[in-house]
Design a protein around this ligand. Structure first.
Ligand code: EPS
Length: 367
């Protein structure tokens, strides 16, 4: 197993390297009849893309999707959907001087140890470029979930270095390059990132991702837990080092009386569980978050070795993101949507005849 595929009834395979001729994906298992056009991918792909603000990599890719199969006269046919994006702005000479060195904190060394060979141009498969096709596949999942079940998936940045939101407003999120939910803090974030970029260093970040309208029942015990698969999906994103569901690690300090979400006929009174109990959706908001490490490609010298084992100081030049988390919100949304669509299909397959079970508790006190 080479593990470039995930999902069971909705299975997604991505392929391609950052500096290769193209990247792509195959989405197998999408139900027939979903209307989809190449233009529909643009919105989310542009939300994720580089070169949109001075705070991300300056590489400029058109990220235009070609639909190669699985769609006829604008509708999915039920056969594998193959999507392709051609790489057009590779600058592989940026990697010439470090082709034989291992960047500390990067996958260079572990890929080398596993395969004995690696594509050093732009990090190959370990590049953030790989996430492009996840977002493209996620467009299909988001659309199907919304049309078929009224489920929506959205996310926002919830920490940048030490900075956390001082307020929350969904309507602010799409109006700044950080996906930040509190507009008055955006100048502070801009100044922080400008100073960081000047210093040559990088920083980590946290992204929250939330699904509304998920019906109770999606998810599977024991090994197919909804939270387990969300965690695996988010953790599979390059640079992710931590995932939480609901209160996550804060649960360690909580008492049972605090953590349990009390149930009334009018609704759940809280959502510490993040909308999942026993691996199965409760009908509340699904709440997850992920932490991305600071980018390891730095122009500040760091100790490492070369492929011959000699100690060297590595310096990475080129067009790197000082905080790759800044543009990770659409990626988290895509992964959550893909897991939910797969689980929805699996729920329908096994339990489609069960129907609505009473009592059905509203997801929150305001419904
Ligand atoms: C990346 C390094 C930069 C980024 C890239 C991720 O690429 P390059 O080596 O070509 O300058 O631009 O991100 C993308 C191209 C993208 O589409 O996300 C890295 O090292 O991860």
């Amino acid at each position: 197993m080479s593990s470039n595929s995930f999902g069971r009834l909705l299975a997604v395979t991505t392929f391609g390297e950052s500096h290769g001729p193209a990247i792509g994906c195959v989405i197998d298992g999408c139900p027939p009849g979903l209307e989809i056009a190449p233009e529909e991918f643009a919105h989310d792909l542009q939300r994720r893309a580089t070169g949109k603000s001075r705070h991300t990599s300056a590489r400029r890719e058109a990220d235009e999707v070609e639909i190669l199969s699985g769609v006829y006269e604008g509708r999915t046919t039920g056969t594998p959907i193959a999507l392709l994006i051609r790489n057009t702005d590779q600058r592989s000479k940026d990697y010439g001087s470090i082709a034989a060195q291992f960047r500390p904190g990067h996958a260079d060394y572990s890929y080398w140890q596993k395969y004995g060979i690696r594509d050093p141009r732009g990090g190959g498969r370990s590049s953030a470029r790989e996430t492009t096709m996840r977002v493209a596949a996620g467009v299909i999942a988001k659309k199907w979930l919304r049309q078929r079940y009224g489920v929506t998936v959205r996310g926002h940045l919830s920490q940048l270095g030490e900075i956390v939101p001082a307020g929350f407003d969904w309507s602010a999120v799409e109006d700044n390059p950080f996906f930040w939910p509190h507009a008055p803090q955006v100048p502070e974030l801009e100044a922080y990132m400008d100073a960081l970029r000047k210093s040559g260093d990088s920083v980590g970040a946290r992204v929250n991702v939330i699904a509304d309208g998920v019906p109770p029942g999606w998810g599977e015990p024991i090994y197919g837990k909804l939270d387990g698969e969300i965690a695996a999906a988010l953790m599979s994103i390059n640079a992710v080092k931590g995932v939480e569901i609901g209160d996550g690690f804060a649960s360690a300090a909580q008492k049972g009386t605090e953590h349990r979400d009390l149930i009334t006929p009018e609704g759940f009174q809280s959502n510490h569980a993040g909308g999942i109990l026993g691996g199965i959706a409760t009908g509340q908001q699904i709440v997850a978050s992920m932490v991305l490490k600071p980018t390891s490609s730095l122009r500040l010298p760091g100790a490492t070795v070369d492929v011959a084992g000699n100690p060297v100081d590595v310096i990475t030049t080129g067009r790197h993101d000082p905080c790759v988390g800044i543009r990770a919100t659409p990626i988290a949304e895509a992964m959550l949507a893909l897991v939910l669509m797969d689980q929805a299909l699996r729920h329908r397959a096994q339990c489609g005849d069960v129907g609505d079970v009473s009592p059905r508790i509203p997801g929150s006190l305001d419904g």
